[in-house]
Design a protein around this ligand. Structure first.
Ligand SMILES: O=c1ccn([C@@H]2O[C@H](COP(=O)(O)O)[C@@H](O)[C@H]2O)c(=O)[nH]1
Length: 272
């Protein structure tokens, strides 16, 4: 999906919500465990319950590969079930020497048909470039949401005076256009969102960390939005595990609606 189509979806749904499909056998409702593929059954019901309110789904690949071949099968069925007009993100955090990165790209783009994949920037340009495909996206980790993000990402270069995450934001803009490249910026970094947006004015940001991690959707939206919205805000546990009984899908709908309504307000307020 290209940038224009993504922005169309955001305007149509008044939403920049990305629902994280971090589907864990230990957390899904017990009554689903008797089905032949509980992970897919859960995802199917979550997708049915939330697709009207979100513009993207982000399966975190760890939750599927941890289950071996069965997990990959559940992922494939999930990808086939997600409606065509919804943006898909393989949260895989890959990146290696060029020929290996090329095979990661093949897995997620050619085999699973994801629109985008998250990539770690640590190995540099030749590890990222193989992920640049026409009408597909690289989502580069810039400033992540976890407590350990300060261990390396805040280290300042003695040469440029910039922090490592700022180097990632600036340097990588030489490798790809804003039609191919997004950045991961954690919602827990909301106080830095204004300066991060100034360093990458055109790019979309994938923002995980609202909901279970406590990030602030209002601050993220106020300081992170650009003219084309420029944000995909992810929430996984707070939506998909809002309930764990027979009514889990309705509970997920209620949570997704709550977030979408808030986003609709911010789109009208901040996206001009
Ligand atoms: O900086 C990052 C990068 C990725 N993630 C991933 O996003 C989701 C968040 O899930 P919640 O349940 O909404 O907390 C998860 O898949 C993480 O691996 C992140 O949290 N922060």
């Amino acid at each position: 999906m290209n940038r224009a189509a993504l922005f169309e979806q955001i305007k149509k749904k008044n939403s920049y919500l990305c629902v994280g499909l971090d589907t864990d056998l230990d957390k899904i409702p017990r009554h689903l465990l008797s089905s032949s593929d509980p992970i897919f059954e859960f995802n199917k019901q979550i997708i049915d319950a939330t697709h009207q309110y979100c513009v993207a789904y982000k399966p975190n690949i760890a939750f599927y590969e941890a289950l071996g071949p069965k997990g990959w099968e559940s992922l494939e069925k999930t990808m086939n079930y997600i409606p065509e007009d919804i943006f898909t993100i393989a949260d895989a955090k890959r990146g290696d020497i060029g020929n290996t990165s090329a095979l990661y790209a093949k897995t997620f783009f050619d085999y699973f048909h994801f629109d985008s994949v998250t990539v770690a920037p640590y190995m540099g340009e030749d590890s990222v470039k193989p992920f640049l495909y026409p009408d597909k996206w690289v989502i580069l980790l810039a400033h992540t949401s976890n407590p350990g993000s300060s261990d390396f990402q805040l280290i300042e270069s003695v040469v440029t005076g910039r922090k490592l995450y700022e180097e990632v934001l600036i340097k990588s803009q030489q490798w790809a256009t804003p039609d191919q490249l997004m950045f991961v910026v954690g919602a827990t970094q909301a106080e830095k969102m204004e300066s991060i947006r100034a360093q990458a004015p055109e790019h979309f940001f994938l923002v995980p960390g609202v909901g279970a991690q406590g990030g602030d959707l209002k601050m993220v939206s106020k300081y992170g939005m650009n003219k084309q919205c420029g944000l995909l805000v992810n929430s996984a546990r707070a939506i998909i595990y809002a309930g764990n009984g027979q009514d889990f899908a309705q509970r997920a709908t209620a949570e997704a609606v709550k977030v979408q309504e808030e986003m609709s307000n911010y789109l009208h307020k901040y996206a001009n």
